[in-house]
Design a protein around this ligand. Structure first.
Ligand SMILES: [Zn+2]
Length: 163
């Protein structure tokens, strides 16, 4: 790794430690030329493969940007969006693949967004799943209603859990 101070082409690792529960490795490096020290961070790259075949690194800010549009005017704050992006990343990383199709990233957004805000969910789903008619909306809305009714029924969740 090139020294960021004097541009010398090499550096020596003087210390390595894991951070973020082993997600990252931080290395302390020292330049043999100017003697200055600097830190590098190593992280496994999770690549998102777009429909065009182009890959780009998974990015939480990008997830938040995409979902924020659907949340306009809804009571969803920045913390909730950050948490949603974290859930999406966990879901996607849990697949254990180094590359993931962008389609699956979209799918991973739908679940937590539905829990967060149903209107935002409908907006996002309508674009993501390219709803083409009122029927598509109606089908999605009745699915949401059925779920809400199931949750409201006393003991429904316990019954579901034991069967
Ligand atoms: Zn240097």
């Amino acid at each position: 790794m090139r020294c960021p101070y004097c541009r010398f082409a090499d550096s020596r690792v003087v210390d390595s430690r894991e951070a973020d529960d082993g997600q990252l490795i931080r290395r302390r490096r020292s330049c043999p030329e100017c003697g200055k020290r600097f830190t590098t961070v190593e992280e496994a790259v999770l690549a998102v493969v777009k429909r065009s075949g182009v890959t780009e690194p998974f990015s939480r800010p990008k997830i938040i940007g995409g979902v924020r549009k659907a949340c306009q005017g809804r009571p969803v704050d920045a913390d909730a969006l950050a948490l949603l992006a974290q859930k999406v990343e966990e879901t996607v990383r849990a697949r254990g693949a180094a590359e993931i199709p962008s389609h699956e990233v979209g799918l991973a957004i739908l679940g937590p967004l539905r829990e967060l805000d149903e209107v935002a969910y409908l907006r996002f789903a309508s674009v993501y799943r390219s709803f083409e008619s009122l029927t598509d909306f109606e089908a999605e809305i009745s699915a949401l209603r059925e779920d809400a009714a199931a949750r409201a029924r006393p003991g429904a969740s316990e019954a579901a859990a034991t069967t």
